[in-house]
Design a protein around this ligand. Structure first.
Ligand code: ACM
Length: 439
């Protein structure tokens, strides 16, 4: 029997044909991972066997995700098909802000499972901000002892112990997901200023901050304690990182002069590189960067992207997280209870219907390392809140990161997505019902 072929890279498609029962465990992995690009082929034969042939790191996990989706979405009645599939972008991320409100290993495991189901391969954890400090720095226990306990609105805080972060990192790795921790510098540092008196100009610890304003905190390189603090705090994050990248922030700094800010970024860039990792910075840092191993993450869809474009032309890779497409803390519409709206409302189609290659005029398409969804948690207090903002938009961003525009189709995606609700419900995940078709 000749099997229809879905062109690579493929969107998940259930082909026409007479469905038949396939037991869940009736598939065999093909060749093991090899060097080279991530890709896989998957064949379901008329006899009901699954054959997958993964290639490259992550190929196995991607194939498995497709098999799980096929089996569950068809209620185990999978039609004969053949898929040749490969991702469009290497970085397919989701950022969760665990600093404003803390989410611990239980929730984060569910987030990793969901990310893997949609073939995302990076979990970026925003671990520090004004309101809380969420990872351990061994020779500075006051960071987690004092600022682990704070959060927006006086909510219960928390932090990931080194053991918990290591477990989570291993759990993610088993599912093809790399954890990238972020220490946000030099702004968004109220929690550090609250825990470490010597980081303050007056030498006195700042009050805990539990509001949601931004831009009111900064570290300063002209204070004698700052460089040692950076060694310790960035060093501890690097020590807890298995992958190639650590995120070192750089956004929304309003209390330094431009010269002070650029010098701070360059100090941190050099530190991360010296410690053997590649730094990722939010877009404001773009004009400061000195080494093309450093990556720029675009986020502010209201800002002029000229400096991001210039950095890309100098050889920096770029991750695209445009607020008006991928910030899943934006409200779906005016009636959404949770979330913010500074980037506008972001409905499912907004998250789906865009092309990274043409988003930013002048950005060389080959500079695009990937796409990342982001969930900031100023208004997100519970696990149900969190998933109600991720779903149904996360699969939309994931498909932008995975599939080429010529195989994407909003109407077909929206139709398929209705079946995904059962997948989320089977995993106990909340979602926000949205009108998907005819919009
Ligand atoms: C950001 O949303 N401030 C990176």
């Amino acid at each position: 029997m000749s099997l229809p072929l879905i062109p690579a890279p493929a969107r998940l498609d259930l082909l026409d044909g007479e469905p038949y029962e396939v037991p869940h465990d009736y598939w065999t992995a093909g060749a093991g991972p090899e060097t080279g690009d991530v890709r896989y082929s998957l064949e379901v034969s008329a006899e009901g066997g699954f054959e997958i042939a993964p290639q490259g790191p992550g190929g196995d996990e991607a194939a498995t995700a497709t098999v799980v989706q096929l089996v569950e979405l068809t209620q185990r009645r999978v039609p004969a098909l053949r898929i040749e599939d490969a991702p469009r972008y290497a970085w397919r991320g989701l950022m969760i802000d665990v600093a404003r409100h803390f989410f611990g290993p239980g929730t984060l495991r569910k987030v990793i499972d969901l990310a893997a189901l949609y073939k995302l391969n990076v979990l970026h954890l925003h671990l520090t901000d004004d309101q809380g400090w969420r990872y351990e720095v061994p020779n500075r226990p006051e960071l987690t002892e004092v600022s682990g306990a704070t959060a927006v609105g006086g909510s219960a805080g928390g932090f990931l112990s080194a053991a918990e972060l290591a477990d989570l990192t291993a759990y993610a790795a088993e599912r093809g997901v790399t954890v990238v921790g972020e220490i946000d510098l030099p702004g968004h540092t109220g929690a550090a200023l609250h825990a470490v008196p010597g980081l303050n100009v007056e030498g006195v610890a700042r009050e805990a901050y539990t509001g949601t304003d931004v831009g009111h905190s900064t570290l300063r390189l002209d204070l004698p304690e700052t460089a040692a603090f950076l060694e310790d705090a960035v060093g501890a994050l690097v020590a807890q990182t298995v992958g190639e990248f650590v995120h070192v922030g750089g956004d929304e700094v309003r209390l330094l002069t431009r010269e002070e800010y650029l010098a701070f970024v360059q100090h941190v860039e050099a530190l991360v590189l010296r410690l053997g990792k590649r730094p990722v910075f939010w877009q404001e840092a773009a004009p400061a960067l000195q080494d093309t191993r450093s990556v720029v993450q675009l986020w502010d869809s209201n800002a002029d992207p000229a400096e991001v474009v210039a950095a890309a032309r100098r050889g920096h890779q770029v991750i695209l997280s445009p607020g008006n497409r991928t910030y899943l803390d934006m409200k779906y519409d005016a009636g959404t209870r949770l979330g913010l709206d500074w980037a506008g409302y972001v409905d499912v189609r907004d998250s789906y219907d865009w092309d990274p290659a043409t988003l930013v005029e002048g950005l060389p398409p080959e500079s695009i390392l990937g796409v990342e969804a982001a969930l900031w948690t100023e208004t997100i207090e519970t696990e149900d809140d969190l998933f109600a903002m991720l779903l149904p938009r996360l699969p939309a961003v994931a498909e932008v990161a995975w599939s080429a525009p010529e195989v994407r189709d909003w109407e077909a995606f929206a139709e398929d997505l209705e079946a995904h609700v059962a997948l989320w419900q089977a995993r106990g995940l909340a979602h926000t019902p949205r009108p998907l078709t005819g919009t």
